[in-house]
Design a protein around this ligand. Structure first.
Ligand code: F3S
Length: 404
């Protein structure tokens, strides 16, 4: 491959993977069972990124393992209905086509594990979206480093990645022991907790004690928050996550201790940004309520429908999902229920990677810590963070509840 016998596209991929391996001291490559590529939105890639991908496809590069994509800059099917610009849509479609020419499955989601790209425990994979990386490592027990867009694609093209970092047993033990001494009752609480722990952990591996978790959606929220405020790619929860359950000693000797007694600093850090516009009654106007960061599961859509209870929304309401999840939601009547209230189930994209200011949004409420964290910097939105119930109420009222 390095000698170019399989063509320039494969050589370029091998050069990227081996260069990273050398930098990080890897002494071998490992086969990967799947890849998830980030850097898909034309908003972030621009023409230079599109050209880079098209050239790689022209050079004959083809993926060797199942490969999916991170969210694109728009809903690839319903972009017109949602108000996306025609010129942007054409460029975004060209990006997706370049990936398709390389054999990539054009499923654009940060939750590939909800729609069929679900690695087995111990599998080596090369994933690039921070919340998906955290989920693959921590919840599924697979092994991936935090890949960049090009390095993940390169791994897909050669079917291998360099064995360093979280591919190796010795780097998977926890180096930060987190004792949670306050009640954690909801996914928003988990988001606030994850925000606080991520800030303290940076790229270390936390081990949680005293944390009750009721399902994968909660782990998804916790992991996404830590991956945003820190660079946490793997965490363990006593009695819950596979490597903590396996009975192996997941705690490294000398792990530092972190005690969390109060979540309110997490809530205020994620919500303190000034909301620009006030309603005539002095309340904070919310243009958009965003649910589905990471992309929502069917159960999460169901919760929104229950909370809406048939009421019409005054703000825009987006529930972002993988396309296959939207199809399931449509079959179960959930999509019609959301639309009947004036909301949208939006596939293939998310608020952080879509050009939402061009759609006229300036302020947002979200129950996602990751969405709240990136909303101001990546989407240019003022943000309020709160529970799912409070965010749905904000959508119905068009203002942030209790803000007058
Ligand atoms: Fe996914 Fe976008 Fe959030 S990629 S994790 S929905 S910022």
């Amino acid at each position: 491959m390095l000698a170019g016998e399989l063509g320039p596209g494969v050589r370029k991929a091998m050069e990227i993977v081996t260069a990273l391996g050398r930098i990080y001291g890897a002494n071998r490559l490992v086969p990967v069972s799947s890849v998830q590529v980030a850097g898909v939105s034309y908003k972030n890639l621009g023409d230079a990124g599109l050209e880079f991908l098209s050239e790689w496809a022209d050079q004959g590069a083809r993926v060797r393992v199942p490969t999916t994509l991170n969210p694109a800059g728009m809903d690839l099917v319903r972009w017109r209905v949602l108000g996306f610009d025609e010129a942007f849509a054409q460029r975004q479609q060209a990006v997706v086509e370049a990936f398709a020419r390389m054999g990539v499955t054009t499923t654009c989601t940060c939750t590939p594990y909800l729609v069929g790209n679900r690695p087995q425990p111990g599998d080596h994979v090369a994933w690039a979206e921070s919340s998906a990386i955290s989920f693959a490592n921590s919840v599924l027990g697979a092994r991936t480093n935090r890949e960049g867009g090009p390095s993940a694609l390169a791994a897909a093209i050669i079917g291998r990645t360099a064995a360093y970092g979280l591919h190796l047993d010795e780097n998977r033990r926890a180096t930060l022991r987190v004792e949670v001494r306050c009640p954690v009752r909801s996914p928003a609480d988990l988001g606030a907790l994850g925000y606080l722990v991520g800030k303290a952990a940076r790229n270390r591996v936390p081990f949680y004690e005293g944390l009750e978790i009721s399902g994968e959606d909660e782990l998804k929220a916790l992991g996404a928050a830590m991956a945003a405020s820190g660079a946490v790619a793997l965490y363990h929860v006593a009695g819950v996550t596979p490597e903590a359950l396996a009975g192996a000693d997941v705690l490294a000797p000398g792990a530092e201790r972190l005690v969390i007694e109060d979540l309110s600093p997490g809530y205020s850090a994620l919500s303190q940004l000034e909301i620009g516009t006030l309603s005539p009654h002095g309340q904070e106007k919310i243009d958009l309520v965003w649910i589905g960061c990471p992309h929502a599961s069917l159960a999460e859509i169901e919760q929104v429908v229950t909370l809406l209870d048939g009421r019409r929304v005054r703000s825009a309401l987006w529930i972002t999902v993988a396309r296959a999840v939207r199809e399931q939601a449509a079959r179960r009547g959930l999509m019609a229920a959301v639309e009947a209230c004036g909301g949208q189930v939006v596939a293939d994209t998310c608020v952080v990677v879509a050009p939402v200011r061009e759609l006229g949004f300036r302020s947002m409420a979200t129950p996602s810590a990751k969405g709240a964290y990136y909303g101001p910097t990546h989407a240019g939105l003022a943000v309020r963070y709160g529970s799912l119930a409070r965010c749905v109420q904000a959508a119905v009222e068009g203002t942030w509840p209790g803000s007058s």
